[in-house]
Each structure stands twice: as structure tokens, then as C-alpha cells.
Design a protein. Structure first.
Length: 461
């Protein structure tokens, strides 16, 4: 019997576990999907604004940076709020605000109005992944957690980006000839539906759900001890499922002052470099295909979306490999680092080679970018897993600080890509820069040790 079976199969004497955790998993996946479905919409809008508004790529890069600045500023506050108040109300509100901001993009008549809409979107999206990381820690056993984080954070996120290209560009705009503003508005309304579903069906912790039984709680808490329940925090006449769990009290100063903080510093460097490289796929791949090969909207949606589908596959494979390596006795330190090193290093080498041989072939470039994205996102589940490993009960705060480094990369890289593409009137230099960053990112995994907890003396709840 393997470790997965040992945790997922209840003892014969215990009632069969309910399946509330899988409802939570579906909500988390849907939230990740919607976030990237909306975030990638602006990369599609760029292809129209360059013609309609006669703006440069560099100027659109600076508009991109407004999103990133707001995303960075609200990372840590959002993580702190999530750790202190819980996820349900706060994340539902965030989904509603960023969906409204996406709708606002269609009302803008100049880059200033567009920047305001993107700023509100960045502010609302800032806390999403810190909160989803916390959800995965509280709702799932550690033996399958990294695999599920790969599904939530990478597969469904990248699938959302792919869906944005396919649904908004290829289908709504290309096939049905819908104005881009109308297509974006329908996408924004879908976010409001998700907001309602999340608030109705999600609970912050397993013991707060009235539909979960003791067997499922025991299954979840096999490797994640729950807070000690006393007469003071049990409601009168209530059972454990009705218990009010005291809120966590995270401290950012503990993160910064931790004696094992060097691993966290290298993790932030890794995240910074990873996000630098990924900005090409987030904000510019559509424009690359449109300018390089003069394709129709239908083909543009397919070609620009395919690399993101590759990233979705890579994220899941990376998460599964993390868990498989640890189940076979590989240390957590080298399971995380080997997957990260292999993924980012291979992505950089393949992209550099491909630029010299396939840049003029549309289909070959599409296949190349799909394979590059598979290996690029192969390592993302290692990042999520490492944050969970080292942060304990402060996972949302630590994730937010680490994601703040990603925001800094987003602020820096979008204008650089736009400026280089304008200056050279092509994409060779941009792609070679991205390849070099991938290789540098791979090397940082040699310095990251997922076994060094930031708070080893804390009573992890």
C-alpha cells in the first residue's frame, strides 16, 4: 500500500468520509481559472489598441506596469488579511472587484482610463494565490498537496489563459465577429457568477462546514494538526464541526527575521526571475504571432493560446513528480529543487536553440513555445510546495511576500519587452533575453532548501 492510499483510505471502523474537500478543490480551481481568463484578456486587447489608438508597444508596457504596481502593493496586506480574517468573504469580494475592473477596461477611451481599470484589477487579484495556497494547506493531506497545488495554481491558471485566447479571441471575436468590448464584458459577467458560487459553498476551514463528517476531518488532518478545541471556543451544545477556530495572527516581521531566511531570499530571487521570463507569455505572445505571421483572429486565438495549454500540462506533471519523488524516499529539499532546476533550465535551452532555427516558421514556433511552456511551468508547483513547506501557519503571508517579488518583475519587464520590440522591430532579441533569464532562474534552485522552516519553533496550526 502506498502513502496516498494510506491517507485517502479510512480505517474500517470509521464511517466513510464525505467529499466536501473536493467541492473546495473545484472552487479553488475555478477561481484560478477565472483569474487568468481575465488577466490574459488585456494581452488580447493590445492587438486592437495599437491600431485603434495608435499607441506604441512601450506605452502599452507601461500601462501593464500599473496593474503590476497595484498587484505588488496589495500582496502583503491581502496575505495578512487572509491569515487574520479568513478566505471566504475576502476572496469573494476580490473576485467581484476584479471582474468589475475587467468590465471597466471596455469603457476606457485612452490609456489613462485603461490604467485605472488595470490598477483596480491588480489590487483585487493580489491576494488570490496567497489565499488559494492557504486553502490547499488547510483542506488537503500533505501527501497529495503538491499535486493538487499543481492542478489549482498552474493547470487551471494556464487553462484560464488558454481559454481566454480561445473563447474571447478565436470564438467570440474571430468566429462570431463580436466587438472586442462586448466579448470582454461577457467574460467579466462570468466572474460575478463565480463570486456568488464561492461565497455560497466555501468555508475557511473543514471544521467550519456543516456538511463535513469526522471521517473526512480525520483524513484531512492526518498530516495537518488542527487547533486544540476547548470549552471556550465550542458553541453551547455544538459539536466539533460547529467550532469557532481562533484566527491566526501572522507577523511579517517573523518572516523577515527568521534564522532560516536565506532559503526564502533565494526563493524570492527564483520567483522574480521566473516572472520576468513569463511576462512574454502573459502579455506579448498574441502580439508576437500577429506581427510575425499576420494571422486572422481565429488563428491568433489558437496559436497564442496553445503555449498556455502546454503550461497547464507542465504544472500538473511537475506537481505529480514532486509528490512521487518524496513518496520514493527523495528528500523534500532535492525533490523540489531537482524539478525546478530541470524545468527552467530545459525551457531556456530549448527557447534559445529554437530562436535560431524556427523563428520564421509559424507552426514550428507554436510547437516550440508549447514545449518551452511545459518545462517552464513544470517548476511552479515546486515553488508553491516550498512556500507551504517553509511557512507553516503563515502560508498566506509568506506566499504574499514571495508573490510581491513576482509583482516587481511584472512592473519591470513589460516596458522592457515593449521597448526592445519597438527598437528592433522584431522579436529575436526579446526571445533570447527570455531564454537567458530561464537559465539563470534554474540555477537558483541549487540554493533553495525546502526543509528549512522559517518558523521551526512555532506550534503549527
Amino acid at each position: 500500500m502506498n502513502q496516498h492510499d494510506a491517507i485517502e483510505t479510512p480505517p474500517p471502523s470509521v464511517e466513510k468520509p464525505t467529499n466536501v474537500r473536493w467541492i473546495v478543490f473545484a472552487l479553488a480551481c475555478g477561481t484560478s481559472w477565472m483569474l487568468y481568463f481575465h488577466r490574459y484578456a488585456f494581452s488580447l486587447v493590445k492587438t486592437f489598441l495599437i491600431t485603434e489608438w495608435d499607441v506604441s508597444k512601450e506605452e502599452l508596457g507601461y500601462v501593464d506596469s500599473v496593474f503590476s504596481i497595484c498587484y505588488a502593493i496589495f500582496q502583503v496586506p491581502a496575505g495578512l488579511i487572509a491569515d487574520f480574517l479568513g478566505t471566504r468573504l475576502f476572496l469573494a469580494a476580490c473576485i467581484g472587484v476584479w471582474s468589475g475592473a475587467v468590465y471597466g477596461q471596455t469603457l476606457a477611451t485612452n490609456t489613462t482610463g485603461l490604467a485605472w481599470a488595470l490598477g483596480f484589477s491588480g489590487m483585487a487579484q493580489a491576494g488570490t494565490y496567497p489565499m488559494l495556497n492557504k486553502v490547499s494547506r488547510l483542506w488537503f493531506p500533505s501527501s497529495i498537496r503538491t499535486t493538487l497545488q499543481g492542478w489549482i495554481g498552474v493547470f487551471f491558471g494556464r487553462l484560464g489563459g488558454f481559454s481566454s485566447h480561445l473563447i474571447i479571441m478565436a470564438l467570440a471575436i474571430g468566429l462570431f465577429h463580436m466587438p472586442w468590448q462586448s466579448a470582454i464584458r461577457w467574460a467579466a459577467l462570468a466572474g460575478l457568477v463565480l463570486m456568488v458560487l464561492f461565497y455560497l459553498f466555501f468555508r475557511d476551514k473543514p471544521r467550519m462546514s456543516s456538511h463535513i463528517n469526522e471521517a473526512e476531518i480525520a483524513l484531512i488532518e492526518h498530516s495537518t494538526p488542527s487547533p486544540v478545541l476547548t470549552d471556550e471556543n465550542l458553541p453551547e451544545g455544538g459539536g466539533v464541526s460547529d467550532a469557532v477556530v481562533p484566527p491566526e495572527k501572522p507577523s511579517i516581521w517573523k518572516v523577515l527575521a527568521s534564522r532560516n531566511g536565506l532559503t526564502f531570499v533565494w526563493l524570492m530571487v527564483q520567483t522574480f526571475l521566473s516572472t520576468l521570463a513569463d511576462q512574454f507569455f502573459v502579455g506579448w505572445v498574441s502580439l508576437f504571432f500577429k506581427e510575425s505571421f499576420k494571422v486572422t483572429p481565429i488563428w491568433l486565438g489558437i496559436l497564442a493560446g496553445m503555449p498556455l495549454l502546454g503550461g497547464a500540462v507542465g504544472g500538473v506533471l511537475g506537481g505529480m513528480l514532486n509528490d512521487r519523488l518524496m513518496a520514493r524516499g527523495v528528500s523534500r529539499r532535492w525533490a523540489r529543487s531537482s524539478v525546478g532546476l530541470m524545468g527552467k533550465g530545459t525551457a531556456g535551452i530549448l527557447l534559445a536553440v529554437g530562436v535560431f532555427f524556427f523563428l520564421d516558421n509559424m507552426y514550428a514556433m507554436c510547437v516550440l513555445l508549447v514545449v518551452v511552456k511545459i518545462f517552464c511551468d513544470f517548476s511552479l508547483s515546486s515553488t508553491w510546495g516550498t512556500v507551504t513547506d517553509i511557512s507553516g501557519k503563515y502560508s498566506a503571508t509568506v506566499f504574499a511576500v514571495n508573490n510581491g517579488m513576482a509583482s516587481g518583475a511584472m512592473i519591470l519587464m513589460s516596458p522592457i519587452i515593449g521597448k526592445i520590440a519597438d527598437a528592433y522591430q522584431g522579436w529575436t532579441e526579446v526571445l533570447l533575453l527570455v531564454a537567458g533569464i530561464f537559465v539563470a532562474c534554474a540555477l537558483t534552485w541549487l540554493m533553495i532548501n525546502a526543509e528549512r522552516e522559517l518558523f521551526p519553533d512555532e506550534n503549527i496550526a
